[in-house]
Write a protein that binds this ligand. Sequence first.
Ligand code: PLP
Length: 415
Amino acid sequence: MTATAAATLPALDAQALRADFPALQQTVHGRPLVYLDSAASSQTPRRVLDALLGYYENDRSNVHRGVHELSQRATDKYESARIRLQRFLNASGPEEIVWTRGTTESINLVAATWGRANVRAGDDVIISAMEHHSNIVPWQVLCQEKGANLRIIPMSHAGELRLSELDRLLSGRPRIVAVTQVSNALGTVNPVREIAERAHAAGAVCLVDGAQAAPHLQVDVRALGCDFFALSGHKMCGPTGIGALYARRALLEEMPPYQTGGDMISSVRFEKTVYNELPYRFEAGTPMIAGAIAMGAAVDYLENVGMERIAAHEADLLHHGTERLCAIRGLRLIGTARDKASVLSFEVEGAHPADLGTLLDRQGIALRVGHHCAEPVMRFYGVAATTRASLAFYNTRSDLDALGAAIETAKEILA
Ligand code: PLP
């Protein structure tokens, strides 16, 4: 979003929204909790908790199987959540939304089904230098199995993809380009629309890892032009254990099933099984019913707050946080792309990330230290780990001021 567009929106009242999140009301080590770890997992608003509990208290039963009232209610709510997610992503129809356990399972599903059916020896699978392990390892395994080549779009020191290299990478036998929209380790927002367009022009399909995009940016899978989009509920105010894969209907129709068993069939004979229609063909067994229902509530919640307002608020926080952190002597930001979202990764001279994280925790600041499941990114910058503050719309500028002050205190202790 442009700065002008953001400025015309009524500002989001993060302080008021915080009241919706029970976990944000606590103190940690005697200090008010400053939660800056939403890239790992966001917090959950009361409305989502109510939806989870509501299923267990009132509608607990299996879906798609019962004629009785409870099963009908559970099925209606489960399918209604799918439709809400479809609209949230602007997919063409609910059959393009497959419930999964999260981004990791969504990508594994694509690699194991579309990948096994379409990637052959000598083909190229293209990913980028800033992928999360869950968008590396499934492709590595596929390439090993098929004798295909894993190709990497390089990045600059600022943490921007070198897209000038893409044409060269696409000049072989590309089958799929799988890239993250927002890097969890650096915060870089990648131009996935352009990447999808260029992938298609070269005859490849495009998968977008949307784990860090869906909670922060307005996502329109049709406008992006991607073929697959993977997301995780627990990063977007939903429960753990639920996520989704968006896949273009035409591709899903051709893909072999992922897991097999109950629910994914329309008829079973010992001689032959006929698979169910979309998207059930990809949802074998009893699904995460409560999780999906609560995910519908999470999507409603995000839409009520407004994705454009969320993006504008977080852009302001990112700007404020960047200035505050850069004022600290010896602090180096890792990831300085021009287009960034929600992540401040850094290292502090003389402070081991693990020590820093522990000292920050003692001051009530929850953030992440480590390789963030992106070891190739760490290797690129020559560090073993970074300290990462990650934002959500319920954060305020004062959270970032508290972070800045706590880092300064930690530095004094470690000096
Ligand atoms: N991709 C990105 C960019 C992520 O940040 C994450 C989680 O941090 C994942 C994939 C994996 O998500 P999940 O563990 O929810 O499957």
